[in-house]
Design a protein. Structure first.
Length: 133
């Protein structure tokens, strides 16, 4: 769906054009953050039920800065800052999971940058897949 929304003239897909009902099997695993203060922070926009279940937290409407001491947030911030700086998708893979008191997983995530109506990066949509070891 992200690629289908790429403007013909180039640039990033527009946040306003993204529809969660079009991302199919990724819907329960999605996460979506708004860029706050030119990238100084991120605020949760939307999260799939599996994302909330796995991470044991719903970040909808919450700034990441509020949770800076959580070890998972450092990894989440990496997955957001890279596409913010590069203005292109970012794939993350790790052999371990930082989620406390859970099984160890192979984790793979994809972050997709989105732009406002003027082409400025204003949100990042992604999904995370967990595979038990």
């Amino acid at each position: 769906h992200w690629r289908e929304q790429m403007p013909v003239t180039g640039g990033l897909p527009r946040t306003a054009e993204i529809r969660l009902d079009r991302i199919g099997a990724a819907t329960p695993h999605h996460w979506w953050f708004d860029v706050v203060g030119a990238g100084k922070d991120f605020a949760g926009r939307s999260f799939g039920v599996e994302t909330i279940r796995r991470y044991r937290i719903d970040l909808t409407g919450r700034p990441l800065a509020d949770l800076s001491r959580n070890p998972v947030i450092a990894r989440v911030t990496l997955m957001l800052r890279h596409p913010l700086q590069e203005a292109r998708p970012f794939r993350f893979w790790s052999e371990t999971s930082l989620i406390p008191d859970t099984d160890v997983y192979d984790v793979e995530a994809l972050s997709l940058p989105l732009a406002d109506g003027e082409g400025r990066l204003d949100s990042i949509l992604g999904a995370t897949d967990f595979n038990a070891k």
